[in-house]
Design a protein around this ligand. Sequence first.
Ligand SMILES: Cc1ncc(COP(=O)(O)O)c(C=O)c1O
Length: 479
Amino acid sequence: MSDTLDRLKALQGADLPVHGGRTLAYVYDAGDSEIDRIAREAVATYAGSNALDPTAFPSLLQMENELLGFACDLLDAPDTAVGTVTSGGTESILLAVQGVRDARPEVARPRMVLPSTAHAAFHKAAHYFGVEAVLVPVGPDFRADPAAMAAAMDESTVLVVASAPSYAHGVVDPVGEIAAAAAARGIRCHVDACIGGWVLPYAARLGREVTPWTFAVEGVTSISVDTHKYAYAPKGTSILLHRDAGLRRPQLFASAAWPGYTMLNATTQSTRSGGPIAGTWAVVEHVGDAGYLTLAGRAFEAVDAIVAAIGAAPALQVLVAPDSTLVTLTTDETCDPFTLTDELVARGWYVQPQLSHAGDGPSIHLSVSAGTLAHVDDFAAALVESVAAAQAAGPVGVDPGVVAFIEALDPASLGDDDFDGLLAASGLVGETADGDLALPTRMAEVNAMLDVASPAMREALLVAFLDRLQRPTRGRTTT
Ligand SMILES: Cc1ncc(COP(=O)(O)O)c(C=O)c1O
């Protein structure tokens, strides 16, 4: 037994740290060990409980309803509002899109109007549910262009989307104008506040300027907000709120068309672990409104310090002043952004590279947490050292022959062998001396290569990569 847990710990040693405030993507750290302890205990206590049947596990229903109530208060929801606890931001968005599609069965070819910066989850929803994504370029400040969005709406438009804030640039779209344009045409408007929804209300209360984006904005019909982000809850929960129960109705699913129990779900999952729900409820109950205000104050203090550190580095620039807790930085020609990323990672700061897109060059994303505040001086020092190291190393070169080769390829025409060759040549997949799969430790060359590839080629290559990664480890029944 202890061997198993020792092995588990050893396996986890290969991962990014979840706590410590230095992992600036994927995880959100309150910087408070008591919150982490309570979350772990609640998850463990409820790991085997099943939220599939609220009559069998009424405590989970109560916890979910209390979470929804907290979210309603936070997001200025009217008394008519209802909601659902989902497994994450992507599931909340999938359900928002599925619901609007099914509410408009008379529309033969449903469309949704998205700013070009909307999260990839909407593209997944388009792919799953056959709703065409109509992409509208954003303005020079990376915020959605409401006039262009209004012009893109037509009689087949079932949904209009705004972000609060967008992930890649950290700015809040002009939700008021977008929602008004949608409402004037009788179209629903979803605000994707997955990453900002639990922190922006506190930013406003702290006196920071925040564009209105909640249900206080007329025309906003649904909002997604992820508790596993800035509510600092364990992974596995998000909330989807609707302005009224009628809007949620098409999301609810029942099937009595088989001999077993009548399936009755509000989400894409049926069996749902009680762990994340109880973990989230316990964290929200423990931190409370006053606690979140304090945590938001710390996160924004860290954001301001990080923005100042970036501003003090001549080779760096904040791409756009952040509206929330996400900072995007760019580098000048003396400092390769992908090398800078590796150098920061080597110094214990995980930052996330963003590839060139639609004419904009590469950038680096930082999701800043309350837990980062205690370490901002260390970040500033690591940044100075990392810039110097990246400048000394010089730019990452991609062989012009490789560029020409990649540009000439049509991903749709490539077979498995071609992808194996490309994955090996790109450095994404290698082999250890024992013939095991080896992942790259430094990513600059890989990112530089992906950066010159078209989006379609990136997608195809990374799908092939995932296909190679997810393979059974055989022989463990005999060990
Ligand atoms: C704005 C936004 N929407 C949606 C998502 C998707 O959330 P998840 O990764 O929980 O599915 C994210 C994740 O970062 C996000 O930032």
